[in-house]
Design a protein around this ligand. Structure first.
Ligand SMILES: [Zn+2]
Ligand SMILES: [Zn+2]
Length: 251
């Protein structure tokens, strides 16, 4: 399994790209979330960006899906012919065409490649190439789906936005790597995770790796060093604050 963090930021961080990660294993690649600043970052920093099989949207906040029209436009101008699947919560089959219509008029109907829109829900199981996807709902201010990606070489859990729930912990159990939204540093905030709660979540899931993403902008600006040190000192798993553009495992 190979992971590229195209972005690791939250919605309002002027210094960071929105959280978005590409996951590839067994010849299949997914992009998990594609916010307004993430499409260009994915195209710029991830090798062979056209080798994308599916985009999985955790929810319909702009920092997680408004990059989709830009990504599809880029594929259109590059003459892509390979099919692409877009997976996301209920409403996707209405919301994605509406976003495309607003951004680029009739582009959706003119794409030179087949686009499949798939609405997912908690508990659903989907196959995408060599990867298996399952979903559970975290607690967030908009309906959101955490996703588990099972590969032949281990599983990745990505929270999307939101505070962990018993269902997302069950989904993450046994995953090799947990990538969790950590908006705050400690404590519990309605609708969001924290560094402390996400670390506890990754431990409880039995993960060997924990990557904290979507850190609140003031914390990233003022406390990133302290948080990095705290995560580096965590025992029982490898925990870290990835940077935009970073690949995992490191080469
Ligand atoms: Zn967000
Ligand atoms: Zn959100």
């Amino acid at each position: 399994m190979r992971v590229w963090f195209a972005g690791v930021g939250e919605a309002c961080d002027p210094a960071e790209i929105n959280t978005s990660l590409a996951v590839e294993a067994g010849g299949t690649r997914l992009l998990l979330d594609c916010g307004f600043t993430a499409a260009a970052a994915y195209l710029r920093t991830v090798p062979q960006p056209e080798r994308l099989d599916a985009v999985v949207l955790s929810h319909f906040h702009g920092d997680h899906f408004f990059g989709l029209p830009a990504l599809l436009l880029q594929f259109e101008v590059n003459g892509r012919t390979a099919p692409l699947t877009i997976v996301g919560p209920e409403g996707l089959r209405r919301i994605v065409p509406a976003a495309m219509e607003l951004a680029f008029g009739s582009l959706l109907g003119d794409l030179p490649f087949p686009l499949r829109l798939v609405e997912a829900s908690a508990g659903m199981h989907l196959e995408e190439g060599s990867l298996a996807l399952t979903f559970a709902a975290p607690e967030h201010s908009a309906p959101c789906l955490s996703v588990r990606v099972d590969t032949a070489s281990g599983a990745l859990f990505y929270s999307g936005d939101g505070r962990p729930t018993p269902a997302t912990l069950e989904l993450a159990r046994g995953a090799h790597i947990v990538v969790h939204e950590s908006f705050e540093r400690s404590g519990t905030t309605p609708g969001h995770g924290s560094i402390a709660s996400s670390l506890a979540f990754a431990r409880a899931a039995g993960a060997s790796h924990f990557a904290a993403v979507h850190l609140r902008r003031e914390l990233r600006r003022d406390q990133a060093g302290i948080i990095r040190a705290e995560l580096a000192a965590a025992t029982g798993l490898h925990a870290w604050l990835p940077a935009s553009g970073e690949a995992w495992p490191p080469e």
